[in-house]
Design a protein around this ligand. Sequence first.
Ligand code: NAD
Length: 359
Amino acid sequence: MTHRIAVLPGDGIGPEITEQAVRVLNELGLALVIEQAPVGGAAYDLSGHPLPPETLALAQNSSAILFGAVGDWKYDKLPREHRPEQAILGLRKALGLFANLRPAILYPELANASSLKPEIVSGLDILILRELTGDIYFGQPRGVRIATDGPYKGEQEGFDTMRYAVPEIKRIAHLGFQSAMKRSRKLCSVDKANVLETSQLWRDTVIEVSKEYPDVALSHMYVDNAAMQLVRAPREFDVIVTGNLFGDILSDEAAMLTGSIGMLPSASLNASGQGLYEPSHGSAPDIAGKGVANPLATILSAAMMLRYSLNEPVAADRIEDAVRQVLSQGFRTADINESGMTKLSTAEMGDAVVAALNK
Ligand code: NAD
């Protein structure tokens, strides 16, 4: 079977890291049709829009999208609808990518990279499921207006709307329980039900859905406590399910427990299994073009793509094994380097993974 993959390299280090992931994909002996298109600031520079219609069409007609990263400070003054980040929001919305899966795994070889003590983080293996298409990021109304009442009457005020409908909560809750069933059958739902109406509805709905999964131990945690527990005792968690805003913050926090954002893949899925796969980090404009970026998060994102959208679990295992081999051989990019290890450039790390695949 031929798989169609859209590669959207984007900005900053995006082109360097996706290049290495594409090299790895091409080594697997699979029938792949890989097509590239500009996205983000690169697309804005070419056509005046961060998500041109041709790029969106390519994404829609592919089984999976491998996305680099978008954004650069030079676009920060553009109107919001032209900023590179709008491309991600647009793709999520157009493709109905409602679930973001972010594993945070601490490879034993990189235990020293974490800022937490090894005895607190070693063996960490968490999956954060973040709802992606609802919540305060998309709720209407939103805007900036002149306040018409209250203590700041007559002043300019900004406002956003937090909103979740029951079917949206159910959809992500089911995925949370199903993911927990495949792991250690523990699911923690994170909300702020003590303060927010939206969160109370979230909690009630997750409890309702839990009746269909009697084998999963469901717990609930307020988001402020979850943020603390993630640094106090992160291994207490297995699968966490949460909304868009809280998930945005907690998944970055979980990522940093592992010490290197350059190692962490992510997947965003829709109801039919089509997905967008990207590293958890951004476009790192500070190191772009220097050939020092770590391509492993993108290579591991390609492995997730093979597993979740293309139904090629053997190929996914091969990539993940190759990455483990490369780490145990002592190969490191600058961000994860330690004394006694062999420091590699972005392309050399790609070479090392390809060599490990072909062993
Ligand atoms: P960032 O993740 O790009 O960089 C944070 C730090 O981590 C930087 O010091 C960077 O050099 C380092 N880093 C990131 N990825 C790395 C890699 N693969 N190898 C080695 N080092 C790496 O976050 P930021 O600096 O806050 O944001 C930069 C730009 O990226 C902004 O324009 C932001 O909007 C954008 N951004 C995009 C995405 C995305 O495309 N999904 C996500 C987050 C941020």
